[in-house]
Design a protein around this ligand. Structure first.
Ligand SMILES: O=C(O)CCC(=O)C(=O)O
Ligand SMILES: [Mn+2]
Length: 192
């Protein structure tokens, strides 16, 4: 993995974590085998559909964006990917959040993965498949630091750890560019 040299963060990126054919095959399996949900979010007193599909698998229940997610047992495709991501990243995970961005109008707002249940300096391993989308980070406090943009490639792995979630927010913005559907998996370790 290559180190991304960003202050107050610890980030590693491997654009070629999976070979092209492997990444193609995993995309198709996940599209078919995952039970994708269309959740809604409450915003300004209104129920709005979340701008992406989601799924949560793992050994522990988890509350994310105010949504309670019951534990759901690992399926073979996720177990395989979890093993490979653990091997490459040197961390053990017990949960995965999956996001399906159907088109350029699907997105994820600014946030940090800093829920108490993830512990103080969580390691989060993010695997991307399908259409390339821009992932941006912005420092919470330091205005002298420019936002960082990373185009997350098909089959790539991004590892965020150390103080990253303390100091930086990240998002996936909408795009008007035509883009292929994209699946992202973030492997996490949820504490008891
Ligand atoms: O889709 C991505 O690359 C980011 C996903 C993310 O930030 C998350 O699941 O918390
Ligand atoms: Mn995140």
């Amino acid at each position: 993995m290559q180190t991304l040299d960003i202050p107050d963060a610890e980030l590693y990126y491997d654009p070629h974590f999976l070979k092209q054919e492997e990444a193609d095959a995993y995309f198709l399996r996940l599209e078919r085998e995952i039970s994708w949900q269309q959740e809604s979010i409450r915003m300004f007193g209104k129920e709005l559909p979340m701008p992406r599909l989601t799924a949560w698998y793992g050994d522990k229940a988890y509350t994310y964006s105010g949504l309670y997610n019951a534990p759901k047992p690992w399926v073979p495709v996720l177990q395989e990917l979890k093993d490979r991501v653990e091997q490459a990243s040197g961390h053990i995970y017990n949960s995965v959040l999956l996001n399906f961005y159907r088109h350029g109008n699907d997105s994820m707002g600014w946030h940090a993965d800093d829920e108490a249940a993830l512990g103080d300096e969580p390691a989060i391993a993010s695997l991307s498949l399908g259409g390339e989308r821009r992932f941006s980070l912005k420092h919470r406090a330091r205005q002298d630091l420019k936002p960082v943009h990373i185009t997350l490639a098909h089959g790539s792995l991004l590892l965020m750890q150390g103080p990253t979630q303390h100091h930086w927010l990240h998002h996936i913005p909408k795009t008007k560019r035509p883009v292929q559907p994209r699946i992202n998996l973030t492997f996490r370790r949820v504490k008891a």
